[in-house]
Design a protein around this ligand. Structure first.
Ligand SMILES: Cc1cc2nc3c(=O)[nH]c(=O)nc-3n(C[C@H](O)[C@H](O)[C@H](O)COP(=O)(O)OP(=O)(O)OC[C@H]3O[C@@H](n4cnc5c(N)ncnc54)[C@H](O)[C@@H]3O)c2cc1C
Length: 403
């Protein structure tokens, strides 16, 4: 028998995060979208409450998701399940604001999974004081997005240093980050075996911020170009040290972080779709046509039912992927399934819900209009829908070969 009941701890986290989303995040979201600014007072409050982007596990010297590390009744740790439950609620509050919360963000998982004890203490330790600080993740380049293996940023060894040259684009919180995990190649002819991950600190000579992007959605979230011109990074800032890259694990270690981050992004997509669904249901009950609430028209009922069905199916895929990660089971296929399905569902559902709301749905004093603009990116970053489907089909074919 499969049990979907949340443990006491999971339910407590869900309620607490929902409260925050409703009372702290939602109220600032429309203004943050218009001004592209998030008030410092809000960020400080979140920091004081211990809410950050990318919790740091106890294992890495933090206490951000310490609760999730306790086991459920069956003895399985709950870290990933707690994370996706929290992520859905946070995104229900607003998907753009939450990307700007202080913390290591997407830079956290590679430091945690690949870093040495000293590197974890050095880079994750900075988030323990009261300052507002961010980390970032720099993989994408102008000619290497989905084709991660094609990165062109170079790292040339020079004594105790590496000299980095290249450009990174679309980096979330890239301009405000205290450090960025930058992926570069020491030897392009070696493909992935030549890839290395460095932590580059703000202020390092040769490391600068280029263009800050103007975007259709997620306008409250900063997206920056980063430029590396003869940027010297000490060998101690090579994540995991050179030895880490000798075996197969090396660069694949970086890819493995997707197994826990993709379900998180999928959970956010579920949260946005659910938030929009709730707004649209309210609207259809209060909006009359020919003397009846539009919710009573079959076409509208059908559309709402279809939306809810797909949102709930998405959540089940997310929970399965998160459970597998908690249980230590390989979950690359399931993580990609959750991301591909939840993101696409949310894009479709948002489009349908805007339709249900008619003109009100496209007015910019309505959250649904904003979320419609925000959601598209969820089917693009952290691996596009197409890339997820490639991961899924590769795994399916590999499994078929074993028959
Ligand atoms: C708001 C935002 C924030 C981001 N934050 C970060 C960040 O913090 N750090 C970071 O490193 N990156 C970040 N990105 C970049 C993001 O991860 C990339 O945009 C994404 O990986 C897609 O790469 P691309 O834009 O170069 O598109 P491309 O890879 O050029 O893809 C273009 C189209 O071609 C399709 N395609 C590509 N290859 C294949 C294939 N083999 N088979 C079938 N179809 C294919 C894609 O699915 C897509 O539809 C962010 C992007 C956005 C929009």
């Amino acid at each position: 028998m499969i049990d979907f009941t949340l443990s006491e701890m999971q339910e407590t986290v869900r309620q607490m995060v929902h409260w925050l989303a409703e009372n702290e995040i939602r109220p600032i979201a429309l203004e943050a979208d218009r001004t592209h600014q998030i008030p410092d007072a809000f960020l400080r409050k979140m920091k004081e409450l211990g809410i950050s982007s990318g919790a740091i596990s106890k294992r890495a010297g933090g206490d951000g998701d310490g609760a999730g590390e306790s086991a459920d009744k069956k003895g399985v740790k709950q870290t990933n399940r707690v994370a996706v439950i929290g992520a859905e609620e946070m995104a229900w509050g607003d998907p753009a604001v939450i990307l700007t919360l202080p913390g290591p963000g997407l830079g956290g998982p590679p430091v945690e999974f690949m870093g040495t004890a000293e590197q974890k203490a050095k880079y994750l330790g900075i988030f323990k004081d009261d300052e507002l600080r961010w980390g970032a993740y720099g993989l994408t380049e102008p000619v290497a997005g989905s084709d991660v293996a094609g990165i062109k940023t170079t790292a040339r060894r020079d004594g105790n240093h590496y000299v980095l040259n290249g450009r990174k684009c679309f980096i979330t919180n890239g301009a405000r980050a205290s450090w960025v995990v930058v992926f570069a190649t020491v030897d392009a002819s070696k493909g992935r075996a030549g890839h290395r991950a460095f932590v580059v600190q703000k202020g390092t000579p040769g490391f600068s911020v280029g263009k800050i992007e103007e975007k259709m959605g997620l306008r409250a979230s900063e997206t920056a170009e980063l430029v590396l011109e003869d940027c010297r990074v000490h060998q101690d800032d090579l994540l995991g040290g050179e030895k880490h890259y000798e075996g197969k694990e090396g660069f694949m270690g970086a890819m493995k972080t997707f197994d826990s981050t993709r379900p998180m992004v999928a959970a956010m997509a579920v949260g946005i779709a659910r938030a929009a669904y709730e707004k649209a249901v309210e609207f259809t009950k209060e909006h009359f046509d020919l003397g009846r609430p539009i919710a009573r028209y079959h076409a509208v009922e059908d559309l709402l039912a279809r939306s809810q069905r797909r949102i709930e199916a998405s959540r089940l895929l997310v929970w399965r992927a998160a459970y597998m990660a908690d249980a230590g089971m390989p979950n690359a296929k399931e993580a990609s399934m959750s991301k591909a399905y939840a993101a696409r569902t949310a894009v479709d559902v948002l489009s349908d819900l805007v339709q249900v709301m008619g003109a009100a749905g496209v007015m910019n004093d309505h959250f649904v209009e904003k979320w419609f603009r925000d959601i598209k990116v969820y089917d693009i970053f952290e691996g596009t829908g197409e890339v997820q489907r490639i991961v899924i089909s590769k795994r399916i074919l590999r499994d078929l070969k074993s028959f």
